[in-house]
Design a protein around this ligand. Sequence first.
Ligand code: CAA
Length: 381
Amino acid sequence: MNFNLTDEQQLVRETCRKFADNYLKPKAAEYDRSHEFPWEHIEKLSGMGMMGIVYPEEYNGAGMDYLSYAIIVEELSRGCASTGVIVCAHNSLCLSPINYFGNEEQKKKYLSRLTTGEWIGCFGITESNAGSDAAGTTTTAELKNGNWVLNGTKNFITNGGVASVNVITAVTEKGIGHKGLSFFIIEKGAPGFSVGKLEDKLGICASPTTELIFDNCEIPEGNLLGKKGDGFKIAMHTLDGGRVMIGAQALGIAQAAFDEAVAYSKERKQFNQSLSNFQAIQWMIADMATEIEAARLLVYQAAVLIGSGDRRKYSKQAAMAKLFASEMSHRVTHKALQIFGGYGYTKDYPMERYYRDARITEIYEGTSEIQRIVIASNVLG
Ligand code: CAA
């Protein structure tokens, strides 16, 4: 596979890198402290086409390729991991199922406004007793007098509360497991819809994570997305794409920590010499550099494959990219903080934030254990 970037992809990288350095990085610590949603960043990114990265120009999307998308998420996450995941959850988890499974009316109404950033989107499959077991959903949807009536609570929803468009799974036929799930579009403001608890988290603090509550929530019959009974497969298809971009987010966080650690190791003197003169530090840096490159190759490969057609064929590559990049990010941020010593443990430096932000990439959009299940089932058949 050829990873020589085209002129357009290089331009995308340079633009996003500058944006991350000039806008995201200087404010990331403050957003982390305040837990505020970075509206100013999202407004600017909307103007740059980053809220509709791979979607057709016909629906106001930027029509870019998936490798460009991965590069964008990597670079944004280098500056601010919260902004990185806000962009990912919106693009991968909300716009993707509407683009692939929505009808013309749904695409015109929703996709065209989501791609411009006028509306933000979120995706809900998780419930208190249906996390890794995504088919264990208990939220129900019943068709009554031409409307779907939804009841239940989704939790751990990225972009919850700020989203104008919520796409979720619900049971339309009980007792038949995943085949009884369907997918729905719920607009903010739908009667009976509210946003519940806002989670207080370890990391990615500027990215809101909330409950979505459906209490006899009524939506039009036409807000069923795809076919009745296809909800689980739509969710899995969506996550195959999303997982690659969480890999890209993990990569960006690791790269940021690595760059800071390398610079610090050259400046910081102990025993009358730079830390970088010590072999113990050199070996850490060599291992970090190698792991980052390996993760980048897996993420870029998966991005190209996922963008090239039938996602199902590439579930394994998407799972491998997320698994390796997220666990790599954990190891790299751990070592980078170690190089910073006591200073790395303080809030005077960004190292502790990278360490906290990296941790979630091993959990959301499928834990490392789920990625191993997907990989093993593809290998073993
Ligand atoms: N694409 C399309 N269809 C798929 C698929 C895929 N990638 N994977 C499986 N399917 C289909 C299968 O072919 C099968 O169809 P048939 O019944 O017609 O044969 C059906 O789905 C069921 O497949 P499995 O038997 O393999 O399903 P399972 O119940 O064993 O679950 C699983 C598999 C991999 C464990 C899955 O449940 C899973 O990925 N769980 C993790 C869920 C997850 O990632 N949650 C994260 C929440 S989202 C989030 O974090 C967002 C946020 O806002 C932060």
